[in-house]
Write a protein that binds this ligand. Structure first.
Ligand SMILES: Cc1cc2nc3c(=O)[nH]c(=O)nc-3n(C[C@H](O)[C@H](O)[C@H](O)COP(=O)(O)O)c2cc1C
Length: 269
């Protein structure tokens, strides 16, 4: 896609940033959209391995590779994972569900095999390394999938009950599914969802709070128009942020994450 229409889709016509370099990779990145409806058709042979190769090509902290992925194709297991993820049934529809893990268990096994006390595994810092590694790997898989014409959607609801998910996937201590990813052939029309204007997120040299009231009003207008065009419930970004972060019920069980992580072998010191 050309630069100007791509930027207009991403920001709305009123907030297009100044022109800069452009190429097919950037065009593909700007064309991203989450898709929540999938055809049952299988993926071409080898797709999983290609996506994992893309994922493993992401940068990884100290090359420790503290992440893993569980590929789930069994319909019954996908259905159970969907139930654990707020009944998001497109998890069952997608031919492939990837559970991305912050995985410190491999390093634990190295410590056990080599007789080394791996005390640093117990710190919040190391859990963050695993979660960041998993996210960077997953996003590479998303970009690769989209480049093949496939569609994806992340599933953060996989953290609603991480202990049950760990049991379902037979995870060892020190591994936690930080999010899931549905992969398949998308069905229906899914539009690029506009983002906040760059002035809201881009700070130069130091952080300076911009005129967020005006920026928010503009973005709320964009998302309302997006909702109307896509025939979904009226969608105000401000309202979404208020409920998602102001109402405990919206955490859907994730308010107990610290206790779950302790059970899964992350003391988070
Ligand atoms: C870590 C993460 C978790 C997410 N979890 C869910 C989810 O559980 N269900 C869902 O429908 N979308 C989920 N999403 C997708 C976001 O809602 C989506 O990316 C956002 O609304 C922006 O839309 P877009 O991806 O189409 O640009 C998640 C996205 C991320 C990055």
């Amino acid at each position: 896609m050309d630069k100007t229409p791509a930027l207009a889709a991403r920001y709305g016509a009123g907030a297009i940033p100044p022109a800069g370099p452009w190429n097919d990779t950037i065009a593909a990145l700007l064309d991203h959209r989450s898709v929540r409806s999938f055809r049952p058709d299988p993926l071409p042979v080898g797709t999983l391995e290609t996506l994992v190769a893309a994922a493993q090509s992401a940068a990884t902290s100290s090359n420790m590779q503290t992440w893993s992925v569980v590929a789930v194709a069994d319909p019954a297991r996908k259905a159970r994972l969907a139930r654990l993820s707020n009944d998001q049934m497109f998890i069952t529809e997608a031919p492939l569900f990837l559970a991305f893990l912050a995985d410190l268990s491999r390093a634990r096994r190295i410590g056990a095999a080599e007789g080394v006390e791996m005390g640093n595994l117990d710190y919040l810092e190391t859990f963050m390394v695993g979660a960041l590694d998993a996210a960077l790997a997953a996003q590479n898989a998303v970009v690769a999938a989209e480049s093949l014409g496939l569609s994806t959607v992340y599933i953060g609801c996989l953290r609603n009950d991480p202990v049950a998910v760990a049991e379902e996937l037979a995870l060892p201590q020190g591994a936690m599914a930080v999010f899931g990813l549905c992969v398949g052939w998308g069905k229906g029309r899914w539009e690029v969802k506009p983002r906040l204007a760059q002035a809201a997120v881009l700070h130069r040299e130091t952080y300076r709070v911009p005129d967020e009231v005006a920026l928010r009003a503009g973005y709320d207008r964009e998302l309302r128009a997006f909702a109307e065009r896509n025939e979904i419930a009226p969608y105000s970004w401000t309202e979404r942020v208020k409920t998602r972060l102001g109402r405990l019920a919206d955490l859907q069980g994730r308010e107990r994450l610290r206790a779950a992580l302790t059970k899964l072998g992350f003391p988070l010191r």
